[in-house]
Write a protein that binds this ligand. Structure first.
Ligand SMILES: *Cc1c(COP(=O)(O)O)cnc(C)c1O
Ligand SMILES: [Zn+2]
Length: 422
């Protein structure tokens, strides 16, 4: 019997089973800290663990939120007592109507619109906040394309922390309002997301108590996305799906769902059955899909121009690792036009009664395209990630849908209108 080896790196912090930060390029390790770049090669750092014994039963006995997986996350072991946000354990919907419409044997929708601020970003922010508190920060910050802004402002409000959120001034009105309402400092910057991100990196260096969730505490933040993979497997009855389609902005979510699936297999919580990971982008911001198509390993940055603004990151930090994931598992990265995104939103709403934001439209439309191209197997069980709520991107569909008819308030007029529908 193998016993857990003593940690090689001791830490001043209680971040649960997190043991060190490891470079994704050269594997050099440093002690747990608010660092994101390797001191040797400047490669991105990720969390390395010494996992305790975890069983299906111990997870199932946990809270009905992402904190049921706390032993697999870089958070203090007492996190539930201090956690102020409870995202996760969102619905996994058996989408038989959508499956029929697309000609696929079995589709499941992971509906992350059900989180506290209606997108998957509540998961990553909750983990970042828990780690940031332990690392000694006191202000929660981010550069954002919208959903992250909502999640950071709300989580900070609930924790009693100040927040500083930077957004491109061109953002959807709904995402500005749904951030500003929580209080905190909201800076609308004249520039695109990549400009805002650069600004955040500069500010993080100037303010030592500011935790930019996706910049200086990014290694911890990113781990929050693993919970999407854990939940899908648990909700399927502790097994891995055969195919999964994930929208790609920075690419972090896709790589961490992959990591989550792999960890469950390694820990013996699921049978390590093969699975294929697919990425989805909007054509107007498709740097990862283009690199995939061209067979390149490096990502050529692109100036975003798409209605899918939550995915509009022209220079995606995790792009190369997305390529690794999809190539290793036999998947691919597809992209769809804005028109197809709207069709995707409407198809999901019509078939399953789920109203997704533009990122969800990207996932649905790309799934259809990958099926037509023969990249996705229609006979394999497929999970689609629906990561944000359509009420935040009403503009995308408001010109496309409306009343079937507007009628005077008489039953005769209604009868006539119904007859005219044919
Ligand atoms: C941020 C976001 C994504 C993608 O996240 P990355 O980890 O940056 O790739 C997907 N969907 C929605 C709705 C988002 O807000
Ligand atoms: Zn390195």
């Amino acid at each position: 019997m193998t016993l857990t080896a003593a940690p090689e790196t001791t830490s001043a912090y209680d971040l649960g089973s997190a043991r060190a930060l490891a470079c994704r390029e050269c594997r050099h390790e440093i002690p747990l800290a608010a660092e994101f770049a390797c001191p040797r090669c400047f490669g991105p750092l990720e969390v390395a663990y010494e996992f305790p014994k975890v069983t299906r039963a111990s997870i199932e006995a946990g809270p009905k939120s992402i904190w049921r997986y706390k032993d697999l996350l870089p958070v203090p072991s007492t996190v539930e007592q201090h956690a102020n946000t409870e995202p996760g354990l969102t619905r996994l919907i058996e989408a038989d109507n959508l499956a029929r419409a697309l000609g696929v044997r079995k589709i499941w929708i992971k509906d992350d619109t059900g989180n506290p601020t209606h997108s998957f970003k509540d998961r990553v922010v909750a983990v970042a906040l828990a780690a940031a508190r332990e690392l000694g920060f006191s202000v929660l910050c981010c550069p954002s394309t919208g959903n992250l802004a909502n999640a950071v402002a709300a989580a900070a409000a609930r924790a009693g922390w100040d927040s500083v959120v930077l957004i491109p001034s061109s953002l959807e009105q709904a995402k500005i309002v749904t951030t500003a309402v929580y209080g905190g400092t909201l800076l609308a910057v004249d520039g695109n997301y990549d400009d805002v991100n650069r600004l955040a990196t500069e500010l993080a260096a100037e303010h030592e108590d500011w935790a930019f969730v996706n910049v200086n505490v990014r290694p911890y933040y990113a781990e929050g996305s693993k919970t999407l993979g854990y939940e899908v497997a648990e909700q399927l009855g502790w097994r891995l799906p055969q195919q999964v389609v994930v929208p790609v902005a920075s690419g972090s979510q896709l790589t961490k769902i992959d990591k989550g699936f792999t960890e469950l297999g390694t820990l013996g919580l699921v049978e390590p059955t093969p699975y294929t990971v697919f990425g989805a982008q909007a054509t107007g911001c498709s740097p990862v899909a283009r690199a995939f198509e061209a067979g390149h390993d490096v990502i050529q940055p692109q100036k975003p121009d798409t209605i899918a603004r939550s995915l509009a990151i022209g220079n995606p930090a995790d792009g190369p690792y997305v390529l690794d994931s999809v190539r290793r598992t036999g998947g691919s990265v597809g992209h769809v036009s804005d028109e197809e995104v709207v069709d995707g939103i409407r198809l999901l709403a019509r078939t399953e009664g789920v109203f997704a934001e533009t990122a969800g439209g990207v996932t649905i439309a790309t799934t259809r395209k990958l099926l037509e191209a023969g990249a996705l197997d229609p006979d394999a069980e497929t999970v689609l990630m629906i990561t944000g709520d359509g009420l935040k991107t009403l503009d995308a569909v408001s010109g496309e849908v409306g009343p079937t008819a507007t009628v005077p308030s008489t039953s005769a007029a209604v009868r006539e209108a119904l007859a005219n529908l044919g």
